[in-house]
Design a protein around this ligand. Structure first.
Ligand code: COA
Length: 142
């Protein structure tokens, strides 16, 4: 597991495309985000590129921006490891928020296990789905 920077944009974009298809972020946007001083990213290298990666926006209210794991590496605890590390890096944050597809019960379970709980819903946040907004209190880690 390692911190990612702008030099990893191509690998990050390739993983994103594999998982999110046409909804993946363009590589240029990923490169900008990886260079941003208020964004931290963590990745796990595989044999050909990244097996898993996640990105978090820093601030008083941190935001988990994306997390993805290559299908053949799922259910091995990689997402949990990455989110835990990202939350450790969110120094000074009072809370962390995220949005997850309402239909994605597996991801919601992952976040609940990490300590997040549902605080709201956004109708039609995705083209074809609502979003569940989840939050974890980080106050004690400041
Ligand atoms: C969601 C995702 C990141 C999970 O990654 P992962 O590395 O497989 O997750 P972990 O192995 O850390 O899972 C930890 C726990 O979360 C829960 N969980 C994770 N994925 C699950 C699923 N598909 N169904 C049910 N529970 C799931 C389980 O409780 C799991 O523990 P277990 O395997 O011991 O039962 C991965 O499936 C993925 O990349 N999905 C596509 C992209 C995506 O939807 N990202 C999330 C957007 S909000």
């Amino acid at each position: 597991m390692r911190r990612l920077g702008p030099a990893d944009a191509e690998m990050f974009a390739a993983l994103d495309r594999e998982i999110f298809g046409p909804e993946a972020w363009p590589e240029g946007i990923i490169e900008e985000q990886l260079a941003h001083d208020r964004i931290v990213a963590i990745g796990i290298d595989g044999e050909s590129g990244l097996d898993a990666a996640g990105m978090l926006g820093l601030g008083i209210e941190a935001e988990l921006l994306t997390i993805s794991v290559r299908p053949e590496r799922r259910r091995q605890g990689l997402a949990k490891m990455i989110v835990r590390r990202l939350l450790e890096l969110a120094v000074g944050a009072e809370a962390c928020f995220l949005e997850v597809r309402a239909s994605d019960e597996g991801a919601q379970r992952l976040y609940r296990e990490l300590g997040f709980s549902e605080v709201g819903r956004r109708r039609r946040y995705y083209r074809d789905d609502d979003a569940v907004v989840m939050r974890i209190d980080l106050g004690l880690t400041i």
